[in-house]
Design a protein around this ligand. Structure first.
Ligand SMILES: Cc1ncc(COP(=O)(O)O)c(C=O)c1O
Length: 443
């Protein structure tokens, strides 16, 4: 049975973001709490919430029941009609989003919601360009990939850019792209953004992940986000806050911008919105943008916009975050996770830096602690070279722990319901597999 499933999958489905040759997808049959069971009955700890999205873990009864009830009563209506669940979720998200966000567009993936945000920013301002940052990911469609400052864009860029995007350096202090040191740098990487905006024609908005996700869980240094907001306001450009990965308590707050008191003009989120039980994403805009479209054409839509069944999952997930007071678990277990990762940092010479916030952490690998030289860079991914983080993730999976390895980082982001003992189990396996990279790192 297992071979049939894997064989049929390989024959007829695409493995994403890879050459198809050599893909052997693990066959997963069930999920329970923070664990998935594979076809041989083996239990695997999900130490990255899959794609940092299954925030409430598997087998959450409230979400399953809400989805089932909605399918039974009303599975679908055309977007131009409304339903009880649309109004209920609109009210609920209004309660939890940053206060100035007024009007919402519900899409089916983070990518679609980013695409909507970029379009909305252009329609509102009449300006063509988006400022993004390197080391970012904002989605896979032609507009959202054009705004992504990482290697996945390279594969399609030679066809011509789908979007007019300029890039700034990321606030990556460990390997500062400007070769400076915080705080003496005066946060030059954010000042560069001011310089770019003043010297480019037609920037509609700045798109940013408040904590960079897949590309290394980069938490901005103190003062960065506040200054970014100031620069946006001074120059009259919109702030597009990509909280696809950081929203819904991943960093300990409903949304990561709350850590810095930043007020985005547009906020995009997905993943934890339904804890990934259903595909749902949203683009939320402030009052000024909402009012613009009173007399201007809102040139956007999808058949599955505000899909009732997906909205039912969102309603239940939001209620579950509150019922479980999930922020308390993130605070307590997040601290434990940090402590345990810092112990690994002391023990393993192939760890360059451990960094993160809440239950969102990265292990940034190095071949040489003195220079911080990474094992891999984007060009390795592009060239199809072996990636150390992927090798470590594959070894961890053999030992019963699923981990997301991307370029030079292991992303450690368990479901927000994880306990200290789940964390200990994951760390134990990390401790073992990091010996592999230690062997290839300078003593
Ligand atoms: C920050 C960020 N933005 C956008 C996306 C795209 O979301 P999706 O994969 O749901 O299309 C992702 C996906 O990982 C993401 O991490």
């Amino acid at each position: 049975m297992q071979n049939d499933v894997v064989g049929t999958t390989k024959a007829h489905l695409f493995g994403t973001w890879r050459k198809q040759k050599g893909w052997t997808p693990p066959h997963i049959q069930r999920g329970e709490g923070c664990y998935v069971l594979d076809a041989s009955g083996r239990s695997v700890l999900d130490f990255s919430s899959m794609l940092v999205c299954v925030n409430l873990g598997y087998s959450n009864k409230a979400i399953v029941e809400a989805v089932t009830a909605q399918i039974n009563s009303l599975p679908y209506v055309i977007p131009s009609m409304t339903t009880d669940i649309k109004a209920e979720v609109a009210k609920l998200v209004k309660e939890v989003l940053p206060a100035e966000l007024e009007k919402f567009f519900f899409a089916t993936s983070g990518t679609d919601a980013i695409e909507a945000a970029i379009k909305i920013a252009r329609l509102k301002t009449g300006k063509p360009k988006i400022l993004s940052r390197y080391f970012s990911y904002h989605g896979s469609t032609m507009g959202s990939i054009a705004a992504s400052g990482e290697v996945r864009r390279w594969f399609v860029e030679h066809f011509g850019k789908a979007g007019d995007v300029v890039f700034a350096p990321p606030p990556y202090c460990y390997r500062c792209p400007l070769k400076l040191k915080y705080p003496d740098c005066g946060i030059a990487c954010v000042e560069v953004i001011d310089h770019i905006i003043k010297n480019e024609f037609g920037i509609a908005g700045i798109i940013f992940e408040p904590v960079v996700g897949t590309n290394g869980v980069i938490v901005p240094p103190k003062g960065y986000m506040e200054r970014l907001q100031e620069i946006a306001r001074e120059n009259g450009v919109l702030l597009l806050d990509d909280e696809v990965m950081t929203g819904w308590f991943r960093t300990g707050k409903w949304f990561a911008v709350e850590h810095w008191g930043v007020k985005p003009d547009i906020l995009i989120t997905a993943k934890g919105l339904t804890s990934s039980y259903m595909p749902l994403a949203m683009t939320a805009v402030n009052k000024e943008i909402a009012e613009h479209f009173e007399d201007n054409f809102f040139a956007h839509g999808h058949t599955y916009e505000a899909h009732p069944v997906a909205l039912a999952a969102a309603k239940a997930a939001i209620q579950e975050y509150r019922r479980l007071r999930i922020w308390e678990n993130v605070e307590r277990v997040g601290k434990h996770l940090e402590r345990r990762l810092r112990e690994l940092e002391e023990r393993h010479r192939s760890i360059g830096e451990v960094r993160g916030i809440g239950m969102f952490w990265a292990i940034d690998l190095t071949k040489d602690r003195r220079t911080g030289e990474p094992f891999n860079v984007y060009a390795d991914k592009y060239a199809g070279n072996q990636i150390m983080a992927e090798r470590l993730a594959a070894e961890a999976l053999k030992r019963g722990v699923y981990l997301l390895g991307y370029i030079n980082n292991l992303v450690v982001a368990p479901p927000l319901i994880a306990t200290e003992s789940d964390v200990d189990k994951g760390v134990e396996v990390l401790d073992e597999v990091l010996k592999i990279s230690d062997e290839e790192a300078k003593a």
